[in-house]
Design a protein around this ligand. Structure first.
Ligand code: ASP
Length: 283
């Protein structure tokens, strides 16, 4: 595969990206909110925060990253949540970080591909790492390139998917509870649905900031009251959801997950409890 670094160079704003063309080879058919049977093979990790306070970038997630990627080596970095002018340097940094996480990760970045090559880049990756930034920008750029259905298809078939923050938001059924501003318009809030719930990263921990915690819980409560067929899971910064098919575990030292499902609330601290059972009530 031919990588070119001319693709994003010189593109000053996200809104001009749509003018560059689109991947025409593959239809962007996504399965809306895949059910538990369709999620049977999912092998994913949805990290709340790339940097957990007091640790180096991704340090808190090293073990789970290695566990999720398994034997996968050719990792496609999807860094479209970053502003276009920051993507090259971000890719460089992530390559360096992943070379320290485990032996032999060969990370290549989707922003280095022409529009016409991006479907092939998705189809030939052994695994995906979708980094954080602005969730609306990320989803828009993936829809522009007709990649949402392709990534979903591969992840539902068992290709390892790791998201961080914005990358975790799009692992949910919709990006309904992102903390981000809608800095671009998107065709739909529908996303990959690898998790049978909607994700909220950076959920405040009441032990650390009760005011922020109450404010977030109120917002999520309002969302859940309006979207009664969706469970929402908020994950504190040390946390990450490890998804294996229909089973979902909370990993991360000191992590807590706050789940809203209709009028019910659940608080999970342990890695042993299967959160998938809680979401399943709405499947
Ligand atoms: N902006 C966050 C990120 O770091 C996403 C979010 O808070 O919803 O990717």
């Amino acid at each position: 595969m031919n990588t070119r670094r001319t693709f994003i160079k010189g593109v000053g704003s996200a809104s001009t990206l749509t003018l560059l063309g689109s991947c025409t080879e593959k239809p962007n058919t996504i399965i809306l909110a895949p059910d538990s049977t369709q999620r049977k093979k999912v092998n994913a990790l949805l990290i709340s925060a790339t940097t957990n306070p007091g640790q180096k970038s991704l340090e808190h997630a090293h073990e789970m990253i290695v566990d999720t990627f398994g034997t996968a080596k050719r990792i496609l970095l999807i860094n479209f949540a970053s502003l276009p002018e920051k993507r090259d340097s971000y890719a460089k940094r992530m390559r360096a970080e992943f070379s320290k996480i485990g032996p032999g990760y060969d990370m290549y970045s989707l922003n280095e591909f022409e529009f016409s090559e991006c479907a092939e880049a998705v189809n030939t990756a052994d695994g995906f790492y979708v980094s954080g930034g602005n969730t609306f920008l990320l989803l828009k750029e993936l829809y522009d390139r007709e990649l949402v259905g392709l990534i979903q298809k591969r992840a539902l078939a068992g290709t390892p998917y790791i998201g961080s923050s914005a990358g975790s938001n799009i692992g949910g059924q919709v990006i309904g509870t992102t903390n981000d501003f809608p800095l671009v318009d998107i065709p739909t809030r529908r996303s990959l649905g690898l998790l049978g719930a909607v994700y909220n990263p950076h959920h405040p921990d009441p032990e650390i900031d009760k005011t922020q915690f109450d404010a977030r819980q109120w917002k999520i409560g309002e969302y859940a009251a309006h979207n009664r067929d969706e469970a929402v899971v908020g994950v504190t910064n040390p946390g990450m959801l490890r998804i294996r098919g229909d089973k979902v575990y909370l990993a991360g030292i000191g992590a807590t997950a706050f789940i809203h499902r209709n009028d019910d609330r659940f608080v999970v601290h342990s890695t042993l409890e299967d959160l998938g059972r809680i979401f399943a009530a709405l499947d």
